[in-house]
Design a protein around this ligand. Sequence first.
Ligand code: COA
Length: 257
Amino acid sequence: MQFNNLLLHIDQGVGVITINRPKKLNALNKETIQELHDAVKSLNASKDIRVIIITGSGEKAFVAGADISEFSDFSVQQAAQLAREGQNILFDFIDQLSTPVIAAVNGFALGGGLELAMAAHFRVASANARMGLPEVSLGVIPGYGGTQRLAQLIGKGRALEMITTAQMIDALKAERWGLVNAVIPQDELLSYCLSLAEKIKRNSPLAIAAAIRAVNANYQEGVQGYDVEISEFAKCFGTDDFSEGTSAFLEKRKAKF
Ligand code: COA
């Protein structure tokens, strides 16, 4: 696949997507959002790809936000469409993907950039990373799921502090608040994420997909997460992965998924 705004590197079952607009601090314009959708969708469709990592090019930014120049003159209707389409094709799409997605936050993750990182299944930050939802400083609020996911991840009080002050937090505070799982020196960030990917790759992709669905069920309105867990747990028993996993354990060998 050819992209204007992304680099795609596939190696040993891991797809690394690098958002590549460094002169604009990797800001998400419409084309980049569409390309991210296409890249993630095609990686997810490949049985050989077991983990997806999303990062930003350069040493300064993961993604400095949605591209402000594209929507500064939008009407109320256009704004609604922008947020809805973005949530559908990218942010919710990643959140609900069956292949685990890790955000390697290598610098500024602001606005839509932090929302993208939060849509991933988990986040690792470089020591220089800074995160924030500064939208109210522009007279708007987060529109790509930020008001929901930030509160889910760090709690309502901390989320509203970040959103109302529009201030950035550094990587260590983000780790303390549970927004990122670890803080790693920048030059080791990708190799650390690849080492996590190696651990994920040892496990059943079908069970991982079921686990993502079950965990996500907690955040879906009208859905009873415990019931989804029972149903996903039971479905695993009908899979080849379960036969292989349990046989391998009993035969004292490594499972091959
Ligand atoms: N949308 C569009 N362009 C952006 C952008 C965004 N969200 N963030 C950065 N850029 C562009 C800048 O306009 C600049 O382009 P130019 O060189 O053509 O003028 C380039 O990226 C570099 O940014 P600059 O502001 O010069 O870098 P800096 O080191 O001085 O500041 C930031 C870095 C991240 C603090 C600053 O760029 C910033 O505040 N960006 C906007 C963050 C934001 O509000 N995001 C939420 C959007 S809803």
